[in-house]
Write a protein that binds this ligand. Structure first.
Ligand code: BES
Ligand code: ZN
Length: 460
């Protein structure tokens, strides 16, 4: 076995990307963008810092989308001398195309260089433009991006696979009277030219880069937490979540280890936001429906907070392994809720969800390929089209089964913390998680728990 391939995920195939992520490593990228609400385009340049990791590479492939137009591409080995270079766009699937950048002489393993891409992104699947009427305040337009699963290729050229991670920074110029927010741990507002500056110092997969621009204001609701909303919702958001989120964070930290992301802010989206929540690091995006007036929907926040460990630190390496993000997060969410609200509440909530999973399985057939924990995504199939209850609730059942096999909650909690510590900033497939579980509990390995009937059926 090649010693540089230390995880199973290093060998896993991701059919949803056409990028050359096995030939090059992205170390950091910078987005320098301008937001134009009239034309509904985001335009600017992206500068990507690469290291070549395989000899003889004279072409670089990046994921893009037909709604993204590259205009000019240059590369440099020293950040001083830039050379214009040829590029072309090739068909890939219904959900993306491939940007091929050509180099006059090939790069070899270890070579470092930068590429800058001047481009415009219009109304792609990941860049959502809203008219004023579609916002809560109905006064100003709004734009936001949604990366998961493979939509960010319509926002910026990228290695659009959760298998690889990098840091990023951005400068976003917006019209006067607008505020930009991003999934970044450092923010600054340069008032002189209405530009917002962001840095994300921790490596993240491309799908977790997120931007929203609108008529936004914020209010503090905890020592590391603000709620961001349109002005008309600010009071309601502050009331609903004042002094509650910090408790969620501190219980989760006690269970899963340090919260590494610095701030934890929540952005209340316009009414048409299609999810309950989206775990963009440092800045969860949520539906304004959470503003129920009685804190009854706070579990969604607990869920998104738990992704700060499961999903955002330890990430599924392919979208076929989505249960590693959502199943572990459902387990973590209920583990936190058990600490906060007790066993009875949490069991009732889990039992209700299990009944819905049963219904889903009965309706679709238990043997349906999408009802396996690991889904085989066929080339050309959009990973989002495989979305269903299984990764969440069957994933939860499976993690609960691992806890049951251990038979001691405190020791299973320690395993979860160790799992995060072991794989943080990396991407994993099921084998990495299960092998680590057996390594962590040698007595269970001795007992051959991994050979019990049932497991194999979901993975083969
Ligand atoms: N990451 C998901 C949302 C998602 C999944 C977006 C797949 C795009 C593709 C998020 O963490 C999530 O699971 N949200 C749930 C709420 C949660 C309480 C189960 C939702 O929005 O329904
Ligand atoms: Zn989730």
């Amino acid at each position: 076995m090649d010693k540089t391939l230390s995880l199973y995920s290093d060998r896993a195939e991701d059919v949803a990307t056409s990028s050359s992520f096995r030939q090059f490593k992205i170390q950091h990228f910078h987005l320098d963008l301008n937001v134009d609400f009239e034309k509904k385009v985001v335009s600017g340049t992206e500068t990507i810092q690469f290291q070549c990791i395989q000899d003889g590479q004279s072409e670089l492939q990046l994921d893009i989308h037909p709604t993204l137009s590259p205009q000019e591409i240059s590369f440099s080995r020293d950040e001083q001398n830039w050379t214009r270079t040829e590029f072309l766009v090739q068909e890939f699937t219904s959900y993306g195309t491939t940007l091929i950048v050509k180099f006059p002489t090939p790069f070899n393993s270890g070579d470092k260089f930068q590429v800058t891409i001047k481009y415009t992104a219009s109304d792609g699947p990941g860049v959502c433009w809203l008219e004023p009427e579609q916002t809560a305040g109905k006064l100003k337009p709004y734009v936001y991006t949604q990366g998961q699963a493979v939509l960010n290729r319509s926002f910026f050229p990228c290695f659009d696979t959760p298998a690889v991670k990098s840091t990023y920074s951005a400068a976003v110029k917006v019209p006067d009277g607008f505020t930009a927010v991003m999934s970044a741990n450092k923010w600054e507002h340069r008032k002189t030219d209405s530009t917002f500056l962001f840095t994300m110092d921790h490596p993240i997969p491309a799908y977790l880069v997120a931007l929203a621009v609108g008529d936004l204001q914020s209010a503090q609701v905890g020592p590391r937490t603000r709620v961001w909303t349109e002005p008309c919702l600010l009071q309601a958001a502050k009331q609903e979540f004042d002094n509650v989120i910090e408790e969620f964070l501190s219980v989760a930290e006690k269970l899963f280890g340090p919260y590494v992301w610095g701030r934890y802010d929540v952005l209340f989206m316009p009414p048409s936001f299609p999810f309950g929540g989206m775990e963009n690091p440092c800045l969860t995006f949520v539906t304004p429906c959470l503003l129920a007036g009685d804190r009854s929907l706070a579990d969604v926040i607990v869920h998104e907070i738990c992704h700060s460990w499961f999903g955002n630190l330890v990430t599924n390496a392919t979208w076929g392994e989505f249960w590693l993000n959502e199943g572990f997060t459902m387990y973590a969410q209920r583990r936190v809720c058990r600490e906060l609200y007790g066993e009875a509440y949490t069991c009732l909530e889990a039992a209700t969800a299990k009944a819905l999973l049963r219904q889903h399985m009965d309706n679709t057939g238990e043997g349906h390929p999408l009802n396996k924990l690991r889904v085989k995504i066929e080339p050309g199939v959009d990973p989002d089209d495989t979305y269903n209850d299984t990764p969440y609730e069957k994933g939860f059942c499976f993690v609960s089964y691992l806890a049951h096999l251990r038979g001691d909650q405190a020791r299973f909690d320690m395993f979860l913390k160790a799992y995060v510590d072991k794989f943080k900033y990396q991407s994993v497939v099921a084998e990495d998680a299960l092998e680590f579980y057996l390594e962590y509990f040698p007595d269970l390995k001795e007992k051959n728990v991994h050979k019990f009937e049932g497991l194999q059926k979901d993975y083969n």
